[in-house]
Design a binder for this molecule. Structure first.
Ligand code: DC
Length: 231
């Protein structure tokens, strides 16, 4: 089932279930969003991947006119493919891959995320997907800005040190070697950019369930989230 992302809101159907998952870098949102989506048999949208892919295209610099930004975005044809319950974000027909998952591109993404036009363009695209389908939407502003009407909202948190250790393990499984201190510094820098930007800063929605994941493993957090969704 392919879902177009960048092509407007034509023929929108009312969304039946939107679950939002927000939180800072390295808190485990992607893994949990994927698991939730599979359990609920609905698609999963990784909005950070959209910011990262656009940031890669812009090489971290969104300081250009709205017209140019829209032209760059128009060249990125995002679609969401769901096969056997697994969602995959495609850009121009290819799965968005490892090239966007580096710390460097993460920082570029956090930098361009402060740009009002970038946020508007991506919000339009993300809402278009939610208008067509039920969704687990993961990011920084899903519950506050993009899907404020969502029925089920979560905000995951953990200390920067706990998140740095998780990130180190995650990167190691991808064959990337990093120093823990460097990752902790990068996470703190990204936290500052995400939490302190003027537009759509990272914060829990007033009606979000806040889950401190510091002392829980993925299965433990998943059980908490599922219990809330089922309720
Ligand atoms: O979730 P992530 O680490 O892949 O996100 C990368 C950056 O993209 C993040 O630091 C800030 C930005 N982002 C955002 O501003 N809003 C979102 N909904 C998702 C990501």
């Amino acid at each position: 089932m392919p879902l177009g992302i960048g092509s407007g809101t034509g023929n929108a159907m009312p969304s039946s279930l939107i679950v939002t998952l927000d939180g800072p870098a390295g808190v485990g949102k992607s893994t949990l969003a994927r698991k939730l989506a599979i359990a609920l048999a609905i698609p999963y949208l990784d909005t950070g991947a959209m910011f990262r892919r656009l940031a890669l295209e812009l090489r971290g610099n969104a300081d250009i006119s709205e017209q140019k930004l829209r032209a760059v975005f128009a060249g990125l044809d995002f679609t969401l493919r769901v096969e056997n319950g697994e969602s995959c974000l495609l850009c121009n027909g290819m799965p968005v891959g490892h090239e966007i998952r580096t710390e460097h591109v993460g920082l570029w993404a956090a930098r361009i995320a402060g740009n009002a036009v970038v946020r508007t363009i991506l919000k339009e695209a993300q809402r278009a997907v939610g208008a067509r389908s039920s969704l687990v939407a993961e990011g920084r502003d899903m519950g506050t800005e993009v899907f404020p009407e969502a029925r089920c909202k979560f905000f995951l948190d953990a200390s920067p040190d706990v998140r740095a250790v998780r990130r180190l393990k995650d990167l190691e499984t991808r064959g990337e070697k990093h120093q823990l201190a460097d990752l902790a510094a990068s996470i703190r820098k990204r936290d500052a950019l995400d939490r302190e930007r003027a537009i759509a800063p990272l914060r829990p929605a007033a009606d979000a369930v806040i889950v401190d994941t510091s002392d829980l493993d993925i299965e433990g957090v998943f059980a908490v989230l599922m219990a809330h969704v089922e309720r």
